[in-house]
Design a binder for this molecule. Structure first.
Ligand SMILES: CC(C)(COP(=O)(O)OP(=O)(O)OC[C@H]1O[C@@H](n2cnc3c(N)ncnc32)[C@H](O)[C@@H]1OP(=O)(O)O)[C@@H](O)C(=O)NCCC(=O)NCCS
Length: 325
């Protein structure tokens, strides 16, 4: 018996912010952003659009595609680091919006690894029999924690949401293996310093721009490559998938140079690696969820395909999931 993704959905906000637009906002160039990151444009949510709105749209699409009625969902997990509020959880807000009246709901905070941590949690709930139908939503309004005056970070991020609906399945398809790791020692390299109990919001924190994301990008880069590779190799090995049997790797979309480095070490061709960060930027937890749903909607994923999902994010957190589609 395995946990299987029976449908997916995604949502991207309408507004497109291009590298040319960013040239007018900070001291940067279209060329620098394209060459150093691979990002050409990203989507930005409107002022009155919050994370739960985007997450609900993605979740509704997944439910509709599967033909599952809202009352049949018993668990909602939302991966996000940009919740609508400190509490209640964004998962509870999504539950309300989608009328998932028979579900219990909770958030998972694991930054860019949030979707994979959530899939692993869903798998455990389904396999133990504690859940029958789990809606995993990964949604981020990264623009709400982006310092639009910091050129080293504001060019990187975007908004959006993806969702996956999971059920138990005895066909042999589904999640084959999962891998989750964290290292809190390097948490300061990627952090939103204020707004929590350590540094509650005050005039001083606002003046110091401490509610925005801060990242030492080049330090994060090196660890990201190493740990994403480790995750991909660990889940493939546990699932018994040899490198020449991998149909598609969907990596977290942070930087094309990171993705290329992983592809090279895993000896993967261009058509074996899903890339959309040229259009989305880094959407943190939502990144792999949006990619998976896009690949699903474009029929890139074929029944029986071996797919590896791999992530790295703040915390630090990193994870892998191997699945047979
Ligand atoms: C952020 C990132 C794109 C920066 O690329 P990089 O090649 O490491 O660049 P550096 O930070 O070393 O900066 C190089 C130079 O470019 C400059 N620079 C930074 N941002 C710039 C921008 N938007 N436009 C122009 N110049 C910029 C820096 O000031 C620095 O200038 P200096 O050499 O004069 O000091 C890259 O480090 C990265 O993608 N990191 C990993 C992010 C990640 O994986 N996150 C995962 C979890 S979200």
């Amino acid at each position: 018996m395995k946990a299987r993704i029976i449908s997916t959905g995604y949502y991207l906000p309408e507004r497109i912010l291009t590298n040319k637009d960013l040239e007018k906002m900070v001291d940067t160039t279209e060329e620098w952003i394209t060459q150093r990151t691979g990002i050409l444009e990203r989507r930005i949510a409107s002022e009155n659009e919050a994370t739960s709105d985007m997450g609900s749209a993605a979740g509704a699409a997944a439910l509709e595609k599967a033909g599952v009625s809202p009352g049949d969902v018993d668990t909602v997990i939302c991966a996000t680091i940009t919740p609508d509020h400190l509490f209640p959880s964004t998962a509870c807000l999504i539950q309300k919006k989608l009328k998932l009246s028979n579900a219990f709901a909770y958030d998972i905070s694991a930054a860019c690894s949030g979707f994979l941590y959530s899939l692993a949690s869903a798998e455990s709930l389904l396999k133990s029999g504690a859940a029958e139908t789990v809606l995993v939503v990964a949604a981020e309004k990264m623009s709400s924690i982006t310092d639009w005056k910091d050129r080293s970070t504001c060019v990187l991020f975007g908004d959006g949401a993806g969702a996956a609906l999971l059920k138990r399945d005895d066909s042999g398809r589904g999640i084959l293996s999962t891998y989750m790791k964290s290292d809190g020692n390097m948490g300061d390299l990627l952090i939103v310093p204020a707004g929590g109990s350590r540094m509650p919001a005050s005039e001083k924190t606002v003046a110091g721009r401490l509610h925005y994301l801060r990242m030492q990008g080049n330090e994060v880069f090196k660890v990201a490559v190493r740990n994403m590779l480790e995750s991909a190799q660990a889940v493939a090995e546990e699932a018994g998938i040899h490198s020449d049997e991998i149909n598609l790797v969907i990596p977290h979309q942070a930087n094309l140079r990171i993705i290329d480095a992983i592809a090279k070490r895993l000896k993967l061709g261009k058509d074996q690696v899903y890339v959309n960060l040229d259009r989305t930027g880094n959407t943190s937890a939502a990144s792999i969820a949006i990619s998976l749903a896009e690949a699903d909607s474009q029929s890139i994923l074929k029944e029986g395909d071996n797919i590896i999902l791999v992530s790295f994010g703040a915390g630090f957190t990193w994870a892998g999931v191997a699945l047979q589609w």
